[in-house]
Design a protein around this ligand. Sequence first.
Ligand SMILES: Cc1ncc(COP(=O)(O)O)c(C=O)c1O
Length: 348
Amino acid sequence: MKYWKNVETDIGSSNMEGHNFSEFNHQIEDFELAWAYPFGDKSLRELIAKEYGVETKNVMVTVGASEANFIVCLALLEKGDKVIVENPAYQTLAEIPRGLGFEIEVLERRYEDAFEFDLARCLEMMRGGARFAILCNPHNPTGVATSENDLKEIAEMAEEQDSYILADEIFRDIMSEGRPPLSYSLSDRFIVTASISKVFGMGGLRLGWVIAQEDLIEKFEGVKEYISVASATPSEQIAKLTFMNRKELLERAWGFVQNNRPIVKGWIESNECVECSTLGVVNFCFPKLIGVDEVQFGRVAAEKYKTLIAPGRFFGLPSHFRLGYGMRTESLEKGLENLSLALNETSS
Ligand SMILES: Cc1ncc(COP(=O)(O)O)c(C=O)c1O
């Protein structure tokens, strides 16, 4: 955050390259300003439902995935609950239950295991009484996806133990192939959250959603009325355009990822002080620094070379950094060149 506004290249972001409103030729129809609906605009909910193969009653629109995650935790966590959270993790996913005062059980993803999801340990924790788990699939910051088989096993255990799984699937659509199924399609013990912030680079709209069983959606709506009341109508209208233009937008995003992944792979292989046990399946990975101090590296990259990385300590795993590559190839190449210079200056 400290350097965010003062850099020229942000190579730590998990966002895809952004868009401007003018790209849509301002095709928005007139809309009501007097009121907005807590569940979300009906036709937007229908578009989301159709896209994910669920019913409209299973969808609630939220102010980004951020609000969705918060609402789900507020609505479902009960006194005495133990909550499984991952490490490394997108900080908020661990901090929401921790901040609300719930007991946390940490499920590690290990670099040596290519950051694979530890199914056996997760099932053990669930069997041991954790009534709620918060998983990110594909996972931020490592970019690794959890398999359909693992999701099915988690679902089975959740059904047996009467527990719920919050599955943050904000990056799922960035996978052009081999996507794990929407976890809610496997079991209604899963509650899926996502948004258009990442895959379409439209974080400014603050537009996300929850997909869950109808009775849970009603509970979430009750909580939303205490927070934002409803999402902003103009954002909902623009979000409708993104769903209508979804195919082209996705192809653009997938094109960036496919072109850029080999460049990132080549850069990692050619740098002695960087290694990566997996490149993951989305638009970022989480390399390890060898003989380089992460804080110093980040500082030199930002201050001297105007290039931002996301330091591993933000995700609970120092000595790593998140390297994002969902941007235009020229920006990526410039950013990597700058990182090489910063590495040369900070390696021991
Ligand atoms: C895993 C994950 N969930 C949720 C969010 C928040 O997304 P939104 O902008 O939709 O609130 C982020 C943002 O980085 C994220 O990485």
